[in-house]
Write a protein that binds this ligand. Structure first.
Ligand code: ADP
Ligand code: MG
Length: 219
């Protein structure tokens, strides 16, 4: 098992008192598996992804990813785990605007001290169909092209898991489907697990399993 999540809870302090967003989250992800998380806006999906990638700490419960128990890891160790094993894709792409496409993809590799970062980045951009766009800045790319760069960047470290938060949410329907086909192909080719938050039923149905977030619980 790649990811084992048990009895996770998370609340936020607000002026009106604690907001219990995640109450009792239990699920797991197997190696190579794709899992969709659906649920209405505000149900806590992004909050859950923040815990899974180690950017936020859970209040309670146990998360074990690739044999590592998050509760025993320091902030530095969590950052290292994320940098080495988890790729992230967001609705708004989150590319760095002052870096060219290939520099965006190379960055996570450079941060790990990979001396082949540039070559690997260019190869990955070829895989996502952007060989002719490697020197473009994000503002010089369409939305679909920016998401291709973001997919290449997420794959660069050869992650064990990709976490995607509404990755087709800001693309038109046909571009979204095309980019998501690409994402599924990439994770299959690289034997990567995929956990994807989406509003699209079509996209959710392409995954091996669908989980629904409801009242702070995944069903
Ligand atoms: P989703 O991704 O499912 O739309 P979120 O996880 O973004 O939902 O948010 C779940 C709920 O938690 C929302 O009601 C949101 O307003 C609230 N929330 C998220 N982050 C914070 C925070 N840092 N402080 C207070 N409330 C938050
Ligand atoms: Mg969200």
């Amino acid at each position: 098992m790649l990811f084992d999540v048990n009895s996770i809870a998370k609340s936020f302090a607000t002026p009106k008192g604690p907001l219990n967003v995640l109450k009792d989250i239990n699920f797991n992800v197997e190696s190579g598996e794709s899992v969709a998380i659906v649920g209405r806006s505000g149900s806590g999906k992004s909050t859950l992804l923040g815990l899974l990638c180690g950017l936020e700490r859970a209040d309670m419960g146990k998360m074990v990813f690739d044999g590592e128990d998050y509760s025993t890891l320091s902030e530095d160790a969590l950052t290292r785990l994320r940098a080495n094993k988890i790729g992230m894709i967001f609705q708004q792409f989150h590319l760095l605007s002052h870096l060219k496409a290939y520099e965006n993809v190379a960055l996570p590799l450079e941060l790990k001290g990979d001396s082949n970062a540039k070559e690997t980045a260019i190869e990955l951009l070829g895989e996502v169909g952007l060989a002719a766009r490697i020197d473009h800045f994000p503002a010089q790319l369409s939305g679909g092209e920016q998401q291709r760069v973001a997919i290449a960047r997420a794959m660069a470290i050869k992650p064990k898991l990709i976490l995607a938060d509404e990755p087709s949410g800001s693309l038109d329907e046909s571009t979204g489907e095309e980019i998501m086909s690409l994402l599924f192909k990439m994770v299959k080719d690289h034997k990567t697990s995929l956990l994807i938050v989406t509003h699209s039923q079509t996209l959710a149905k392409r995954c091996d399993r669908i989980l629904t977030m409801e009242n702070g619980v995944l069903v």
